[in-house]
Design a protein around this ligand. Structure first.
Ligand SMILES: Nc1ncnc2c1ncn2[C@@H]1O[C@H](COP(=O)(O)OP(=O)(O)OP(=O)(O)O)[C@@H](O)[C@H]1O
Ligand SMILES: [Mg+2]
Length: 509
């Protein structure tokens, strides 16, 4: 008899006709999904399409109202996280789940401590943790507390933790959102090894190029519904986007010409060791200035000085030509500065409060001005306007922020800072985790603000974004601006040259 096993890969998982409702939201409507052994299968869809919800139905966090889940040939709806793990499923969630005040090793073995007669064997745990980190090319001390790691490092620990569980099915919900290209490549190498071992991987990412680099198939979802499944090798970027958004997407990048006005921001010789080592630049009204560089180049840290989060820097900041004293976020806001932070979960959102509360948080003083008891109609007007303008997907303004999809939480943070009507807007990785449609909306906003004379500093690791949306680009390397490139000088190669320090410093006075 012919051996069919080579041609018919084993099916690890089937999810059939899955339905899941939340109050006011029909999150999953009749969704189907299948995972084979040894494949990387992407889940693709716009923000709020239902990807994370489907994963949570597999992880035992949500129980679907209808539908069937078949794991290794047996029909079984996961009843709890432990139940899901016992069925060989390991999940890296979109929100990091590490405990900040525990060490790397303690986090990795949380709930499954290595012990003998009730005594935890920390030494053994540390050793195993070290091995798992090494697999991802990481050389951390397993005793390091999570709170002392950067977001990208925490993400890598989360991945190492998921890999340490013996699983047949590995789920990764946006594992690369905070990673650089280099870390992503290490992760992909590990994924290739796992594939070869016959493990099936469900992979979620908004970075289209990654889908073509690592996946075998893509299942597309739209508005909680199953759209289709295609072989990655037989599809194109445009086809995937069309399936995802349900229409042809008009041009993603669109940059209006704006004649720059007077200088809004000037910084002179900012220093805050170890990441900021003498930064000087200026931005004019109506300008969108990109800021490029590798992780650790000091871009976010420079923004933290200008926004008063870092209050220990030396150097000078001038707004509208006048030196200003900025040693707190309040002072920065008083000077007309807004910052959309890189780490939105910690710096940007109050998750346990409503969408509306978060949207008006930065302008409460305005709403209360002349209305000591508040001004409900003005407030709901503002909220409704933001929800509509940024197309935030939420049933009502009363929904808790934590119930929104990852990308929609992001839009709230952007909207909330726009509400302050800044003269200088600093965006730190503005489109991270945002789907292509919402990206276009955010770019449209930047254009609009630039036309109104707002000066915009856009920190971004996404080179096509930086090149297409900026009037000029500052490149940083080791805490200094190494190049100030005008529009016609922009290319990926030139930016990388200065970002790696190989182009010297053409910005030095
Ligand atoms: N616990 C919840 N309560 C209420 N609504 C929820 C809850 N969890 C998710 N939703 C809603 O279900 C829909 C699908 O959300 P989900 O998080 O699955 O989207 P997603 O595809 O993962 O999006 P993203 O790309 O932004 O992460 C959204 O409208 C979201 O607001
Ligand atoms: Mg999600």
């Amino acid at each position: 008899m012919a051996d069919l096993s080579k041609h018919e890969p084993k099916i690890l998982l089937q999810m059939k006709n899955i339905h899941k409702k939340f109050p006011g939201v029909y999150a999953l409507k009749d969704v189907n999904f299948e995972l084979r052994a040894g494949e990387v299968h992407a889940l693709l869809g716009e923000n709020g399409a239902g990807k994370s919800t489907l994963i949570k139905c597999l992880a035992g966090i949500y129980i679907p109202e209808e539908g069937e889940v078949i794991v290794n040939g047996k029909s079984h709806i996961m009843q709890s996280v432990a139940d899901s793990q016992a069925h060989g499923i390991s999940v890296i969630h979109q929100e990091l789940c590490l405990v900040p005040y525990l060490s790397i090793a303690e986090n990795m073995f949380l709930g499954r401590e290595r012990n003998v007669a009730g005594i935890i064997k920390r030494g053994q745990e540390n050793e195993e943790a070290k091995k798992m980190l090494a697999r991802l090319g990481l050389d951390f001390d397993p005793n390091t507390l999570i709170k002392d790691l950067s977001i990208a490092q925490q993400q890598m620990v989360e991945i190492a933790k998921a890999l340490s569980v013996k699983a047949d099915i590995l789920v990764m919900d946006e594992p690369t959102a905070s990673l650089t290209d280099k870390e992503t490549e290490v992760l992909f190498e590990t994924m290739r090894q796992l594939k070869a071992e016959g493990i099936g991987i469900i992979y979620i990412s908004h970075r289209m190029s990654e889908l073509f680099a690592i996946t075998d198939r893509v299942t597309i979802m739209r508005d909680g519904q199953y759209v289709g499944t295609v072989n990655t090798r037989e599809t194109t970027n445009d086809q995937l986007i069309a399936m995802m958004v349900g229409r042809e997407l008009t041009q993603l990048y669109f940059k209006d010409e704006v004649k720059p006005g007077k200088v809004v921001l000037e910084v002179k010789d900012l220093v805050s060791p170890p990441f900021v080592n003498g930064v000087s630049f200026s931005i004019r009204e109506g300008e969108i200035v990109g800021m490029s560089g590798l992780v650790g180049a000091g871009r976010s840290e420079t923004a933290h000085c200008i926004f008063g989060i870092d209050d220990k820097y030396t150097g000078e900041i001038l707004i509208d030509g006048k030196p200003v004293h900025i040693r707190s976020v309040r002072q920065a806001m008083q000077n007309g500065i807004a910052l959309v932070p890189e780490n939105r979960k910690e710096e940007g959102l109050v998750l346990i409060n409503s969408v509306g509360y978060n949207l008006t948080l930065t302008i409460l003083h305005e709403i209360f001005r002349g209305h000591p008891l508040g001004n409900p109609s003005r407030e709901s007007e503002e909220i409704a306007r933001h929800i509509q303008e940024l197309a935030i997907k939420t049933p009502t303004a009363e929904q808790l922020a934590e119930n929104l999809s990852g990308g929609n939480q992001q839009k709230i943070v952007i909207a909330k800072w726009l509400a302050t009507k800044p003269k200088l807007l600093i965006l730190d990785e503005p489109t991270r985790g945002v789907d292509v449609g919402a990206r276009a909306e955010i770019y449209g906003f930047m254009n609009e603000l630039a036309k109104q004379g707002v000066a915009i500093l856009m920190i971004s690791s996404d080179l096509p974004e930086v090149i297409n949306m900026s009037d000029r680009v500052l490149v940083m390397h080791e805490g200094r601006v190494t190049a100030n490139l005008s529009k016609h000088e922009l290319s990926q190669e030139t930016i990388m040259l200065y970002a790696t320090g190989n182009g010297g410093n053409i910005n030095a006075a």
